[in-house]
Design a protein around this ligand. Structure first.
Ligand code: BGC
Length: 740
């Protein structure tokens, strides 16, 4: 007992149980030695000089000098054991020898790249998603990186927005689960492990709701909607101990996120009690001037720090303005201590004060990156991310002994494109990426032939290669067409107003279709595309996103049936751009359309159905799954009881396969209107052909909570529909009552 008191007394003074100083104590001690400029220096982040992920300033010599003076806390886009070591050496010349933090966008893999994030989300496989980040973290850490600017947990309902490719789609529940899996993967056994990097929940907040899907655009929404739909993945990330947050470029209801006291101070650092630090987005502090929220950089710096932004990424405003603002009494020095303290805490947690070079290790860099094991996983993950949209006549899986196969389309022999956007660690070597052609060729029987014709370019009007492509198709038994949008057409600053196949690709498809050959269409994209003609006329369609280093092998595994596809769409696919935003969890309205024929005085378009071309949660398999025997533990519940739900899923087809069983609810009446469906659970189950599985879910009142108009988060008694099914449209429903 005495010992316990002794230890408690020790820790109350900032010492840990073994008499060593705690990190808080070390930070306080260090801060007490620092000048104001040195503290602000910790809050400064510059980009390296080799490549930039935003508009760059180009005074590299000055940056190096500032590092030596202790005026820089972090660098982004400096990677590789040698390069990070050389920058760290400069920091070690500074008065207090405070190490630099190296950050980078490790978005979907590092040296081994994985499917773009929206594709990963289509796997609905949390274990694989976590593992992919574990690998990415191990590779990045071995390259000297301490910190990734991921996961992006922005909910997005507008596929015109190019950054949907970096997120997990339209649903808050799925997006939250995936965000948590990513954080767990990145941070592994905890900060300080040599294979863990600090994660960063971004972009705080509501960046995915940019008006018109135009990147960097404004966001205008109710606080209720913000709290209910857009903030939960961030709150969950904070609770899970994500090391950092990044704010966003947009304004929210007129206040730029970067200076938004409500989201950064009241919620994040207040109500959610978040102890990590917030980095601005690239230049977002300075951009408050063009926003019209600050008259100059001085005011921008003041508003950003008041608003809770701890680190200035590339605005170059904090160092120029904050010391002055403190001296003039306009900014409380405590805010600087708090921000610098949060940053220093992470440096201690990462073990950088013990050894600033611990992550910069040539040997690990060689051994732990892009090895066979990582690639093997990448191949499996790629295959699991593919969504089978159509398989009329069961053309797939394809026999490996098919005599002559033609691969046609601009992506067939591409290498780099398979990475998709955000694969900056991959600047040097295309050789290691498996093209779709090579992947298919390697698996086709040696007595079979794989023909190839490019047919057209990704994005121009040139049809001169059509004739050759048609001739190639004519020689084949089956044609695989690989079309879509360019790999750099989604991602940051890649909003599109029309989201079909680019250039003359659809014309090429129509020409090839005229040959009468069976066509398997593979669609390469970072977002939902609109391809109605293909959807209505081509018998077999697979959505292959951008699958990363092993793309060609993953694709071939699915084409030839080594892997039975089980991916499901994480976003609704619109019928036309005019239908956007279209998402499954909309409200019912006072005049809901009952069907697609009666459009008179109901909430409908006179020229378009309301439902999407492919719904959220949709995806086929080579086998068939039948749902039966949905059983609820009770039809009438009270108070804090739990509802148990089960359903039997049978594999009635010819192949073993995986099915994502989805649970939705509808709260029929509320203080505020409730969505027609809300995802509340899912399970990915493997079922052998001819077998059945009972899949079980549990709901508690916690799952029924929502934000009312006064931002109270609670549930109400009433009637609820409980729905289980294979996608958000195809469900069976049972009604229950649940009173408080
Ligand atoms: C992006 C961030 C990214 C940062 C650093 C910004 O332009 O919005 O998501 O992490 O650049 O590359």
């Amino acid at each position: 007992m005495k010992r316990v008191y002794f230890l408690l007394a020790f820790s109350a003074f900032g010492w840990n149980a073994y008499g060593q100083k705690t990190i808080d104590q070390k930070v306080a001690e260090l801060l007490s030695k620092m000048t104001l400029e040195e503290k602000v220096g910790q809050m400064v982040q510059y980009s390296g000089f080799e490549y930039a992920t935003g508009p760059q300033h180009s005074n590299s010599a000055a940056v190096l000098e500032e590092i030596k003076k202790g005026k820089v806390g972090s660098m982004l886009n400096v990677a590789g054991s040698e390069e990070t070591r050389s920058f760290q050496k400069l920091a070690m010349q500074s008065r207090l020898k405070i190490p630099l933090l190296f950050g980078q966008d490790v978005i979907h893999g590092y040296r081994t790249t994985f499917p773009v994030n929206l594709g990963q989300a289509a796997s609905w496989d949390l274990g694989m998603i976590e593992k992919s980040e574990r690998i990415a973290a191990t590779e990045a850490a071995a390259y000297g990186i301490h910190w990734t600017f991921a996961p992006m947990v922005d909910i997005a309902r507008d596929p015109r927005w190019g950054r949907v490719m970096e997120g997990s789609g339209e649903d808050t529940y799925l997006g939250t689960k995936i965000g948590l899996a990513r954080i767990k993967g990145f941070q592994g056994r905890g900060l300080g492990s040599l294979d863990a990097v600090m994660a960063c929940a971004k972009h705080f907040a509501a960046y995915g709701a940019a008006v018109g899907g135009r990147d960097y655009n404004s966001v205008d929404m109710s606080l209720r909607q913000l709290n209910e739909t857009y903030l939960p993945p961030f709150k969950a990330a904070a609770e899970a101990g994500v090391a950092t947050f990044m704010n966003s470029f947009n304004d929210i209801n007129g206040i730029p996120a970067t200076a938004n006291q409500y989201i950064q101070r009241d919620l994040l650092k207040g109500k959610w009690n978040y102890k990590g630090f917030v980095v601005s987005d690239w230049g977002s502090i300075g951009e408050m001037v063009p926003h019209g929220y600050a008259k100059d950089f001085n005011e921008a710096a003041e508003r950003a720090i008041q608003g809770g932004s701890d680190m200035d990424m590339e605005s170059r405003v904090y160092m120029a303005e904050l010391p002055k603002l403190v001296k003039e009494g306009k900014v409380d020095a405590k805010l600087i201590d708090d921000a610098a303290g949060r940053i220093l805490t992470k440096k201690f947690e990462m073990g950088l004060f013990d050894d600033p070079y611990r992550f910069s290790n040539e040997k690990r860099q060689k051994e732990q990156t892009d090895n066979q094991e990582n690639r093997k996983f990448g191949r499996e993950f790629g295959a699991k991310s593919i969504v089978l949209l159509k398989n009329q006549g069961n053309i797939l899986p394809l026999s490996k002994t098919t005599k002559t196969v033609a691969l046609i389309g601009p992506f067939g022999k591409e290498t780099v494109a398979n990475h998709g956007f955000w694969s900056i660690a991959f600047k040097d070597d295309n050789q290691r990426i498996v093209s779709q052609f090579d992947g298919i060729k390697n698996q086709l029987d040696k007595n079979s032939t794989l023909l190839y014709a490019k047919g057209c370019n990704v994005d121009d009007q040139d049809k001169t290669q059509f004739a050759e492509a048609v001739e190639t198709a004519k020689k084949a038994v089956v044609v695989i067409m690989t079309l879509g949008e360019g790999h750099a057409m989604s991602g940051e600053a890649k909003s599109r107003s029309t989201i079909g196949f680019t250039g003359v690709q659809e014309d090429l498809l129509k020409e090839i279709a005229k040959t009468g050959k069976p066509i398997i269409l593979m669609i390469n994209a970072g977002r939902p595309l609109i391809f109605n003609w293909a959807a209505d006329n081509i018998p077999t369609i697979m959505y292959t996103w951008w699958l990363g280093t092993e793309a060609g092998n993953s694709i071939a595994d699915v084409l030839f049936g080594t892997v039975n596809p089980g991916g499901k769409l994480p976003m609704s696919f619109p019928r036309t751009e005019g239908q956007i935003p279209v998402y499954y969890n909309h409200y019912n309205t006072g005049r809901p359309a009952k069907n697609n024929t009666d459009r008179n005085y109901v909430s409908a378009y006179i020229d378009l159905d309301n439902d999407p071309k492919y719904p959220f949660g949709y995806g086929l398999s080579y086998t068939d799954f039948k749902y039966s025997d949905m059983v609820l533990s009770s039809a009438s519940l009270t108070g804090n009881q739990a509802l148990n739900i089960s359903v039997t899923v049978s594999n009635t087809g010819k192949y073993d396969g995986e099915e994502v069983v989805q649970l939705y609810i509808r709260d029929l009446f509320g203080k505020v209107v409730r969505p027609v469906k809300e995802l509340k659970g899912f399970q990915k189950v493997f079922i052998k052909k001819g077998e059945s599985k009972k899949v079980e879910f549990k709901l508690t009142p916690e799952d029924l909570k929502f934000f009312d108009d006064n931002l109270n988060f609670d549930w109400e008694g009433g009637e609820f529909d409980i729905m289980i099914g294979t996608n958000s449209q195809n469900v069976q429903t049972k009604r229950i009552s649940w009173s408080k």
